[in-house]
Ligand binder design. Structure first.
Ligand code: NDP
Length: 383
């Protein structure tokens, strides 16, 4: 089974905000990767999604799997054998900082539980390696700021793993919305929820099962939150990239809890409403209690929608003028290529896949949690 036909979770596209990031000064040594070779990537945390990314790296045009960072020697041995990795490109969490002296690793891809994203992004930056960090960027906006600061200080680029920014159906939703093809968009609805997930991957690790009480996503210390942080971030992204704006304020409600013991620390389900500067409203929901995967936009002269929209596809889309037809792509390879090509060319990453985007999402999610906790409308504070 290839990765495009696998079902698991999320990831998303991005904001349209036009501005380009200011190009960081490339430190001496990093410019050597512009020699026509592929970007050498090391994956940190060999869990389920790392296995999917490894598949994408096998078919990427601009990136290749060159190293791994893992807490388990048996996984290190298995990945070394499977991908022909060099022993000197294999690290554990303790000796990871030595990657600073390894010219054969250009980029660190952080695929750890959310609470470890900041630590390993900052350590990667100090080692003067470019970074891709998985979503959600971290567990607080304060952490996101530290990550941006560390990368900026080191002169390395920081991208967030928003894979749908490279997925044709979602790119079309963004185009239809931002170019006002059906007129001004007035309303966006987005939902992502998984009750059960048969998450297969070629990587090490057990299948994903939110019913497993040892799953770190159920532990606030490791996850930072529940369905919103894991799944809702895609709905939030979708509303932002369809409208090309950032919400001004939010209201929110926690959903029903069907298993109080399992969801003692994080929310099982959440629904929120966001008000955008142009007057549009978004109504979004995410849940571990039911299956949903859809995007719907209503504009003055028509509608456009996807369902499935956010998972790994195959996607289905239609507008008030008819069905959408786009090729299915390997989302991970497309994302790695989009980011890898720019880095190889010494070009700045666009804001909508950068740390700025992850920070904005975190500020909005903090406002959503505050709104759900207080029952009040909360203005989003962007840091
Ligand atoms: P997994 O639990 O499958 O893997 C996480 C890995 O992190 C583990 O296998 C382990 O690797 C390492 N790790 C280090 N410390 C811990 C710890 N305390 N508890 C658990 N694992 C630890 O998670 P996923 O791969 O599903 O998710 C990882 C990240 O990727 C998350 O941020 C998630 O949101 C994101 N993600 C993104 C997706 C997308 O489509 N963009 C899809 C799925 C996840 P090792 O044994 O090698 O040390």
């Amino acid at each position: 089974m290839n990765s495009t036909s696998r079902r698991n979770f999320i990831s998303s596209t991005g904001l349209a905000a036009a501005g380009m990031a200011i190009m960081p000064k490339i430190p001496a040594g990093l410019d050597r990767i512009h020699d026509g070779k592929k970007l050498n990537v090391a994956l940190v945390g060999l869990g389920r999604y790392a296995g999917i990314l490894a598949d994408g790296l096998q078919v990427s045009r601009y990136c290749r799997l060159a190293g791994v960072v893992t807490g388990h020697p048996a996984k290190a041995a298995a990945w070394k054998a499977k991908y022909g990795l060099s022993e000197k490109n294999i690290y554990n969490y303790e000796n990871f900082d030595a990657v600073a002296g390894n010219p054969d690793i250009d980029l660190i891809y952080v695929v750890l539980p959310n609470a470890l994203h900041k630590e390993f992004t900052v350590r990667a930056a100090k080692a003067r390696k470019h970074v891709i960090c998985e979503k959600p960027m971290a567990v607080s906006s304060r952490e996101c700021l530290e990550m941006i600061e560390a990368c900026s200080k080191a002169g390395v680029q920081l991208a967030i793993g928003y894979r749908l920014h490279y997925e044709p159906y979602n790119l079309e939703m963004r185009r239809l919305g931002q170019e006002k093809v059906f007129g001004t968009v007035r309303y966006v609805e987005a939902g992502l929820g998984y009750k059960t997930i048969n998450f297969e991957s070629s990587g090490a690790g057990k299948p994903f099962d939110i019913n497993d009480p040892s799953e770190w996503r159920l532990n606030r210390r490791w996850s930072g939150g529940g369905a919103l942080m894991n799944l809702g971030v895609y709905c939030l992204q979708a509303s932002r990239y369809i409208l090309g704006e950032n919400p001004l304020s939010v209201t929110a409600q926690y959903g029903a809890v069907h298993d109080a013991e399992r969801f003692a620390q994080v929310e099982e389900a959440i629904v929120w409403q966001a008000r955008f500067p142009g007057g549009a409203m978004a109504n979004c929901n995410s849940s571990y209690g039911y299956n949903i995967d859809g995007l719907h936009a209503i504009a003055d002269n028509g509608f456009f929608e996807l369902s499935p929209a956010i998972s790994y596809g195959p996607f289905k889309g239609r507008t008030s003028h008819g069905d959408m037809h786009f090729p299915e792509v390997n989302q991970q390879a497309a994302q790695l290529d989009g980011i890898g090509k720019l880095i190889l060319e010494n070009k700045p990453l666009p804001d909508h896949i950068s740390g700025k985007e992850g920070l904005a999402d975190m500020c909005i999610m903090e406002a959503i949690y505050k709104a759900a906790d207080t029952g009040s409308r909360v203005d989003v504070v962007y840091r």
